[in-house]
Design a protein around this ligand. Structure first.
Ligand SMILES: *Cc1c(COP(=O)(O)O)cnc(C)c1O
Length: 459
């Protein structure tokens, strides 16, 4: 088919939308390592996880074998309110760069939460509701996950308690108000409401909080209140499963026009958008049907893939959650205070960690001023104001397109544009004022977090 036929935006009809999520673990020869009980160092069973997570989500978490998981009709109905998300051919960007590359991006920012997180929020809230629970608790950093979850809970009539990292609570009052508008209660973390919050505040009275600490508080509240469970917006296997809708739609849209990607790029915080975007492509790769270059992009100031260790670690600072085997900087790692670009979690999805460890994907890190430069260029060229997180992928997509200009290759580059940046204007302000700086942790700084890894299981 001739190139002119590819529209600026490739949409799918409702009946073309995926009916199943795709579980990439079914095609992995080496499965991701199981979650482990930090006390016994034995794999967590469904019964061990039941006080923390919803039953159906536990089943999804532990299921390494079912390839296709039907998307319940109620969730597909909710998806139809804001999906399919457009796959955009970045004609304007290509022209501005003067590259022969063909650039596509999957835009997940077209909903009120402003990111892909709603894809898993609605699924997790649905299974909680189906189990007859009263509500869910969670943490949020920048606020996208909390917003997505509060939207999903409002839709289904569930109570939603959000522990928001204190520095974001103070810096992003507007995001907080969106959550409250959807009916969530929002508490700055660490708080005096939980034992773990009081302990952290006693040790570090001036702390501005961290994701790991907010997770500990949310888990404590879920396990100590009947009818509540904890939900998490990234990292877990179940979240990658739900996010596979991103990659499935992308693949259906590209297949319509006979386009085969050469390079697939995504930003990586906990790994959920990247895991979702690449899922069906990775499946083909794992089954030996096709080959793609897959690149994870992370901040140089929080470099879990590129400088972390592949080991069992806590997902939270309070050290009450199960251990996950992942690329990690250590649960005590907190990015430098000048880091404004998101993607600040110390670990990485166990699925992506295993795939990276086994050589199925690459990872690279970028510095935040370069990320914002790419963000600004993209905003001025393609019109969308990107989230700083998404801009990590933009930066590397632009770099790859520039390489194509040098070599004259017309590669197909696909990247995930995970969200919009309207609530990140403090970071944009720093960039515009020229006060944004880069920080690359030294080996000595990283060694502190890595030295504190818990005892490793021996099975
Ligand atoms: C949360 C978020 C990310 C990073 O999370 P992943 O789980 O790595 O996908 C990226 N972009 C946006 C807009 C986000 O809200």
């Amino acid at each position: 088919m001739s190139e002119q036929k590819i529209p600026y935006k490739i949409y799918l009809n409702e009946d073309e939308m995926p009916k199943n999520w795709y579980n990439v673990r079914a095609d992995m020869k080496v499965k991701p390592a199981p979650l482990v009980n930090p006390g016994t160092l034995q794999p967590m069973t469904a019964a061990d996880l039941a006080p923390v997570f919803c039953d159906e989500l536990i089943a999804q978490e532990l299921d390494n074998d079912t390839r296709e998981v039907p998307i319940p009709d109620e969730i597909r109905g909710f998806y139809k309110m804001y999906r399919p998300s457009p796959l955009v051919r970045a004609y304007c960007l290509e022209e501005k760069l003067g590259t022969p590359a063909h650039i596509y991006y999957k835009f997940e920012g077209n909903n009120t939460s402003g990111s892909h997180k709603l894809n898993s929020a609605i699924a997790q809230a649905y299974y909680a509701k189906k189990q007859g629970l009263k509500g869910v608790t969670t943490e949020t950093g920048a606020g996208q996950w909390g917003t997505a979850l509060s939207m999903a809970c409002a839709y289904l009539g569930l109570d939603c308690k959000v522990y928001m990292v204190k520095v974001s609570y103070e810096q992003k009052p507007f995001r907080r108000e969106v959550m409250r508008t959807y009916g969530a209660s929002v508490t700055p973390s660490p708080s005096m409401e939980t034992a773990v919050g009081r302990k952290i505040l006693a040790e570090h009275p001036n702390t501005t909080g961290s994701l790991g600490c907010a997770i500990s508080e949310a888990v404590e509240v879920a396990t100590s209140n009947p009818g509540y469970r904890y939900v998490l917006g990234s990292v877990l296997n179940q979240v990658l499963l739900h996010q596979s809708v991103i990659g499935l739609e992308t693949k259906i849209a590209l297949d319509k026009y006979g386009v085969v990607p050469d390079i697939i790029i995504g930003c990586a915080g906990g790994g959920s958008n990247l895991g979702g975007l690449i899922a069906p492509f990775m499946g083909e790769k794992l089954r030996g049907e096709k080959d793609y270059r897959i690149i994870a992009v992370e901040p140089a100031s929080c470099p879990s893939f590129t400088r972390g260790k592949f080991a069992y670690d806590f997902c939270d600072t309070g050290m009450i959650c199960p251990l996950a085997k992942m690329y990690t900087l250590g649960a005590g790692f907190i990015p430098s205070p000048n880091h404004a670009g998101g993607l600040r979690f110390h670990g990485m999805s166990p699925v992506l960690s295993q795939l990276y460890h086994d050589g199925y994907m690459e990872a690279t890190s970028v510095e935040q001023t370069a990320v914002f430069e790419a963000a600004e260029f993209f905003a001025r060229t393609e019109g969308i104001l990107p989230a700083p997180e998404s801009s990590h992928a933009i930066k590397v997509a632009i770099d790859e397109a520039k390489k194509c200009k040098e070599t004259g290759e017309a590669k197909n580059i696909v990247f995930g544009l995970t969200g919009t940046g309207y609530f990140d204007l403090v970071a944009y302000e720093q960039y515009n004022n020229g006060t944004m700086t880069d920080h690359i942790p030294t080996d000595e700084e990283l060694a502190v977090g890595l030295a504190a890894l818990p005892p490793q299981p021996t099975f």
